[in-house]
Design a protein around this ligand. Structure first.
Ligand code: NAP
Length: 291
């Protein structure tokens, strides 16, 4: 009978809890020293149920960590110009330290223009071109939250990336592209795969570190995974199913993120961490920098 290896799980729930606890402690210190708690502004256009739930969840987590949230709910008829004006006002408001525009905003709005109205020093969700460029050049700035969470998980489990072959399946602006840039900055040799990639299975089979960011349940077959690989499954599909075939993948990988409880909890944790970091910098308390 073939031997069945079982990968160790990368526990995102536990790591996220520690990051949130640390952020809460920093938020409390900021409030104590300045009389002002950090404040995250959330902006939601329309009433898409999933977006409403995501924003409510993010605000609740903020409040629990001692971060104030200010919510701007805009009607679905909001124009690009109105949204840009609203975000510009938040960018200029000294009482707001971080801004999150919930994606998607609706097809009639120029989402890129809206993101670009976020001042870079308040871009705690890491969505502006400034943040992406800073990340790509290895300069200080806020990272896109899910990719930032993935790197923190890799660090937590002491995964040495230098010289490793990393394969990222997916190239979205919020996930695939930035996670590849962060892996490159750590000296991994990075390959991006996407919907036009040919012979995906053989490229996946070369990955020492595989990031699945496709949005298709069990899209990556366990048989394609290189024995001993580190598998980061960022996918989150209905029924709590990831983008890899977890049961098969865990018999080949050395480390793997479960779904749920892997990458998922890290996203909000990084958002909170970056919000308190933004507040500490804006309030002149750089010694509180949590990084
Ligand atoms: P997305 O914007 O839909 O991007 C999907 C990517 O997958 C695209 O780059 C697409 O390629 C690629 N793709 C589609 N079909 C493919 C195929 N047959 N072969 C190879 N690549 C293919 O999705 P996303 O926002 O990046 O999200 C991806 C997944 O991550 C989803 O399950 C989402 O729920 C999850 N996610 C989780 C978190 C979290 O907090 N845990 C955060 C964000 C996203 P093209 O560019 O060529 O179209």
């Amino acid at each position: 009978m073939p031997q069945t290896q079982t990968a160790a799980l990368m526990d995102g729930t536990a790591l996220a809890r520690r990051i949130v606890e640390r952020s809460a402690a920093v938020a409390a210190a900021i409030a104590q020293q300045t009389g002002k708690a950090p404040c995250l502004a959330t902006v939601l256009v329309g009433d898409d149920p999933a977006s409403v739930t995501y924003v409510r969840m993010k605000r609740a987590r903020c409040e629990k960590a001692g971060i104030r949230s200010r919510h701007l709910a805009l009607p679905p008829t909001t124009t690009t110009a109105e949204l840009v004006d609203a975000i510009t006002a938040l960018s200029q408001d000294p009482d707001v330290h971080g801004i999150l525009l919930q994606h998607p905003v609706g097809p009639h709005i120029d989402e890129r223009a809206a993101f670009e109205a976020i001042a870079p020093h308040k871009d705690v969700d890491g969505v502006t071109m400034h943040s992406f460029a800073a990340m790509s050049f290895g300069l200080p700035g806020f990272v896109s939250c899910t990719p930032g969470g993935i790197l923190r998980l890799l660090d937590e489990y002491a995964v040495d990336l230098a010289g490793k072959r990393a394969v990222v399946v997916g190239r979205s602006a919020i996930l695939g592209k930035p996670v590849g840039m962060l892996l490159l900055a750590r000296n991994a040799t990075v390959t991006y795969c996407h919907s036009r990639t040919t012979d995906l299975a053989s490229i996946v089979g070369e990955a020492d570190v595989l990031v699945a960011a496709v949005g298709r349940p069990r899209f990556i077959s366990g048989d394609d995974i290189k024995p001993g690989a580190v598998v980061i499954d960022a996918g989150y599909n209905p029924g709590n199913i990831g983008d890899t075939d977890f049961d098969a993948a865990k018999t080949r990988a050395s480390l793997i993120t479960p779904v749920p409880g892997g990458v998922g909890p890290m996203t909000i944790a990084v958002l909170l961490a970056q919000t308190v970091d933004a507040a500490s910098r804006q309030l002149g308390l750089t010694t509180l920098n949590i990084h």
